[in-house]
Ligand binder design. Sequence first.
Ligand SMILES: [Zn+2]
Length: 309
Amino acid sequence: MELRLADGLWQLDTRLGGHEAVNAVFLVEGPRPCLVETGPQLTAPVVLEALAARGLGASDLASIVLTHIHLDHGGAVGELARAFPRAVVVCHPRGARHLADPGRLVAAAGLVYGSTLDTLYGRMTAVPAARITAAEDGHRIDCGGGRWLRLIHSPGHAKHHLAVLDERSGVLLVGDAVGVQIPGGGPLRPSTPPDDFDRDQAIDSLRRFRAARPSQVVLTHFGPAGDPEAVLAAAEDRLRGWCEAAARAYARDPGLDHIVAALLDRARAEVGPPLEPDRDAIVQLMSGVRSNAQGLLGWLGRQAAEGPG
Ligand SMILES: [Zn+2]
């Protein structure tokens, strides 16, 4: 299923794990087309087919931008770069060297994803270093015909995160920086995974998004999130709430299971009526309480090590 977000801006469904409406990539059309996100390696054929269906030939794509280098967003970058040999690959400076040499990234992902690496995501193959652009905050990409994309550094979910603003339409593609909201999967929830989740950076990033005055906020998981002001305010509230719940649990008992239990209570209270089982499973997959608890535990541990203040 493809969704038109604005004139010449499309959301394409990667059908992660065979599921609709879980994981997206985005195509900006024009004289110099740009793909934002690649999806994971295992759904590269779906993305290639969707791009072909939109009339994109092998020599057409000018750039590929990753919001960050987690495997569900950038895992197919090697396959896509091969399929579109003229495209430059653009990412945050803290992600660039991993794209040229993904060994450590894949090993770390194995610890987080476990066996779903084989069943759901795949791994990542390298992109030649000469094709990688490490984009500073404010970097602009020329799609031709007067259309520009502006990249907004937005660490927090991960230190190598950026968002993509289509200056023409005002649509802001936020990756995972605002959270996860799966259709049928309950309200927006924070995404605070290991290894480098940071609350203050995440909140600062949400404020940078508000300052950009987007016309729409679009999540990679999944789609337009609603009124931008309201969504960004809700994202900050939820994030603060989860961080406080985790910090209270941590103060009593810093074990992972204890923090998981506290977050489960909180998530249940926010969701309201129980979800359909398949949607609940997907929410757990994309923003699972255990992975969020691990990220929060890491953040709390770093804070404790730094001491008060
Ligand atoms: Zn992520």
